[in-house]
Design a protein around this ligand. Sequence first.
Ligand code: COA
Length: 297
Amino acid sequence: MPVRLATAADLPAIGSLLVELCRDPVAHCIHSWSGEASVENAAALAQVYGEQELTYVVEESADGLVGAFGCELDHDLGRGWFHGPHARSDWDAVADSLHAALREALPPSITEFNAFLNVENARGGAFYERHGFTEQPMRHHEYLLSGDAASAPAVRPFLEALSRPSFFELFDALFPNAYYGHERLLEMQGKSLEIFVTLVGDQVVGFCVPYRAADARRGEIQFLGVHEDLRRTGLGGDLLAAGITWLRGVGASEILLNVADAGTGARRLYEQVGFELQHTGVGFKLVGRPDPESSDT
Ligand SMILES: CC(C)(COP(=O)(O)OP(=O)(O)OC[C@H]1O[C@@H](n2cnc3c(N)ncnc32)[C@H](O)[C@@H]1OP(=O)(O)O)[C@@H](O)C(=O)NCCC(=O)NCCS
């Protein structure tokens, strides 16, 4: 069956396919889907595609899409985050032919790849290992806070130019592999995300970065961190409240977040606030280009 590069016109069908297949934890790729409805998922794909940060390949039959495999790209960081592979049937063969096509379509500037699967998706994990990826030791847990998007008192975001160096110093120390670079964070600030900080003098000692998804009913707490000398004094809870308040204020009724195994303190904090565990994910990583020799046989 033919495999081809997807265009914007394919995104609604891809969005539906991803939702249909990912509902089953054994086929769930977390980069592809985290609980949205089909229309919302397609809108999220369209937004990233419009920013030229998404490449998808599809395989189709006379009845429609048989499979899809994509990669979200950050050209500045040279990093890619895989979506999939997704296949309705004949999984290994479809996944391998999609992989071969996607590999050809990826810009050469992308040299580090990540995939993030539901821990129950053993078939996907085996696929990535077969293609040279290394399973990451840390598990990640996705939490959801549901509730009314009732308007809440405004909390002022605060990141002055003066505070930026100390913000980035703390941010890099706590999130050394963040998927956003400094410039990207500042570009998005005031639009799709906000940066709330706690200051001691002009030094940032804590921050919370909430993000509003393309579908404004959904938001995420993307980064929350407090300087280690000042933990357990209530700063993290206050920053989290500021992030949630901002997301509620922009209409988010569902708030997601992701936390690593190591963040046991953070998990306790989130659970206290009412976040509920949705699923646990496992990451796979490849540094270098996808290797045609190690694959597709
Ligand atoms: C998670 C983090 C932001 C919490 O910040 P904090 O300022 O220490 O949080 P708070 O003081 O507001 O803690 C509120 C409650 O959360 C729970 N909690 C926080 N850290 C905890 C820990 N290490 N162990 C157990 N419970 C913890 C406690 O119930 C605490 O209340 P208590 O101190 O009265 O018992 C901070 O530990 C941190 O920066 N960690 C590294 C980055 C990270 O993992 N971020 C989360 C992933 S996005």
